[in-house]
Design a protein around this ligand. Structure first.
Ligand SMILES: Cc1cc2nc3c(=O)[nH]c(=O)nc-3n(C[C@H](O)[C@H](O)[C@H](O)COP(=O)(O)OP(=O)(O)OC[C@H]3O[C@@H](n4cnc5c(N)ncnc54)[C@H](O)[C@@H]3O)c2cc1C
Length: 521
């Protein structure tokens, strides 16, 4: 019997374990340092109120991923009156929404179909996101700023920044300087903690994708004309997707379900345990040393395969091998951005809200100078089942930071006080309306594309030499990705093992922007 050690019970690790059990004879042993499952895509429960780190939309252009998710958690029954089309398979096979799916009021194992809405808070006003340059937006911006936006956009068309080196250049070339300063600069710099001039333009190409002023105008027109809604995501730019799937109890529910399947299928999952040492012999991994974080006990476990989703910097430190000094330096120079979410339970909001006392947004970006706050999540709108008392509003106030920043080591009380104060400053809720709060600190939430990242190729080449080591997922590959990418890298690694392919190339080139049609391939 062959054994794979899988480091991390996040989307990549659990997908790898599930796929190994489904398609090979290799038995997975998943090692997770936390007591919760799902990695960054976990759900945290505080007094019955559930919190999602960042808010995880479940969508993918990959049929393989969409099918996989819906196999684990079936789609809810949809109102047959609505012209909702589910065309997640491919263009040739569209499945009409099933009205006999589970009813989320009665069943828990269910995937909801949710509408996406997000806005940007700027200058004490809320603007639709993605930016739609419609009449309402221009009215809010006022005539002077609108003229400036138009002129600076024209300038960016007539004389774009060349060469396009930084994220700032990238955004100015697509939106013009004025629109960039209005809607992008402040927020991007909060997320990454460095000026947009220091972030590579390639980041914009990967994450902001095909958005532009042209598409913003087109999208505004499309919203007026379109009467049907669908989950067919493949022909839409990712940032313009208007619906997504979401487990009834948040993303952690998906990964709990998968973990149960892994265990019932013969795999093991060991929580509160960290991989501290990785033993090698030549170009093979032979074993790992585990530390039980509750007892401190150390054990050694043999590995025929090692799947790693742990941060690369920590993997390299754990390697019991002669790591070349240049490789070690690159690994030590990788930069991560950390994240704090403050859950606040409020009795009422002071911004325009719907019948349930909550606006329709899933989240609002805070693009307001002088505030530390980066984003506000409205968990009620991700899933109404996330909130213990539906009459209350359950918010997530997000702070992007680094572990070395002061805020990281503040007491929970001090962080909550900051969040309550800033919630009041943006006019969302008064201090008196806040009933309760909690704080979650998430280290290494974002792998950054600066620091030594430009030399990443040398590090990758060194690690790829270990033939039975598979680097997977977000921090495992140092990729600023979504769940679908992490899952596809895991699926690809198992494809490799099943086919006896030694090269890691196909794993590194997984691209979630491509269409994946199982039937076509
Ligand atoms: C704010 C935010 C918003 C996001 N929004 C979305 C979204 O809308 N849609 C979407 O699809 N994705 C979203 N993502 C991305 C998504 O969370 C990731 O793509 C996904 O969780 C990555 O999965 P992973 O398994 O690769 O890594 P992780 O989720 O990071 O899991 C890695 C696991 O390894 C464990 N681990 C690390 N080191 C060790 C060790 N030494 N020993 C044992 N265990 C270890 C960790 O504890 C963790 O559980 C978002 C992420 C963030 C931070």
């Amino acid at each position: 019997m062959q054994q794979a050690i899988v480091i991390g019970a996040g989307p990549a690790g659990l997908t790898a374990a599930y796929e190994l059990l489904s398609r090979t004879d290799v038995v997975p042993c998943v090692i997770e340092q936390n007591d919760r499952l799902g990695g960054l895509a976990t759900t945290i429960s505080y007094k019955g109120n559930r919190m999602d780190i960042g808010g995880h939309r479940f969508f993918s252009k990959s049929d393989r991923v969409m099918d996989w998710w819906l196999k684990i958690l079936p789609l809810q029954a949809l109102d047959s009156q609505l012209p909702v089309r589910i065309s997640y398979q491919n263009d040739n096979r569209q499945i009409e929404a099933c009205c006999d799916g589970p009813d989320p009021d009665k069943e828990d194992r269910v995937m909801l179909l949710r509408r996406r809405r997000s806005r940007i808070y700027f200058d004490r006003q809320l603007f639709n996101y993605p930016i739609t340059l419609d009449f309402e937006t221009l009215l809010k911006l006022g005539p002077l700023r609108t003229i400036k936006i138009g002129l600076s956009y024209l300038k960016s068309i007539l004389s774009p920044v060349k060469p396009e080196r930084s994220l700032e250049d990238f955004l100015i070339n697509r939106f013009g300087r004025e629109l960039y300063l209005t809607f992008f600069k402040e927020y991007s710099e909060k997320v990454w903690g460095v000026p947009c001039t220091e972030i590579d333009a390639a980041w914009g190409a990967q994450r902001v994708k095909g958005l532009s002023v042209y598409k913003a105008v087109l999208h505004a027109a499309g919203r007026i004309l379109s009467k049907t809604v669908g989950v067919a995501q493949k022909d839409i730019e990712t940032s313009l997707i208007e619906q997504f799937l979401y487990p009834k109890f948040g993303p952690g529910q998906m990964w709990h379900e998968v973990a149960e399947k892994v265990k019932s299928g013969g795999g093991t999952i060991t929580s509160n345990c960290t991989v501290e040492k990785i033993f090698t012999a030549g170009e093979r991994i032979t074993a790992v040393e585990l530390r039980n974080l509750k007892t401190g006990a150390l054990t050694q476990v043999a590995a025929d395969y090692l799947f790693s989703t742990m941060p690369i910097v920590e993997l390299v430190r754990a390697l019991d091998a002669q790591v070349p000094e240049s490789v070690r330096q690159i690994s030590e120079g990788l930069v991560y951005r950390d994240f704090i979410t403050v859950g606040l339970l409020v009795s009422e909001l002071t911004i325009p809200s719907g019948a349930e006392g909550c606006p329709q947004d899933n989240w609002v970006y805070i693009q307001e100078p002088g505030l530390k706050l980066g984003r506000v999540q409205f968990f009620n709108n991700w899933s109404p089942y996330m909130v213990a008392d539906p009459k209350k509003i359950w918010l997530g106030l997000e702070y992007f930071c680094s572990i070395s920043d002061e805020i990281w080591s503040w007491s929970d009380e001090k962080i909550i006080a900051l969040a309550v104060d800033e919630l009041g400053k943006i006019g969302f809720a008064s201090k008196e309306a806040v009933l309760d709060g909690c704080v979650m600190r998430i280290p290494k939430a974002y792998p950054c594309y600066f620091g030594t990242y430009p030399q990443f190729g040398e590090l990758r080449a060194y690690l790829d030499r270990f033939e039975n080591l598979f680097l997977l997922g977000r921090n495992g590959m140092h990729r600023y990705n979504n769940q679908d990418h992490s899952m596809l890298t895991a699926m690809q690694a198992v494809d490799n093992i099943a086919a006896g392919v030694m090269s890691k190339e196909a794993i590194w080139t997984v691209n979630t922007e491509q269409d994946y049609h199982e039937s076509k391939s």
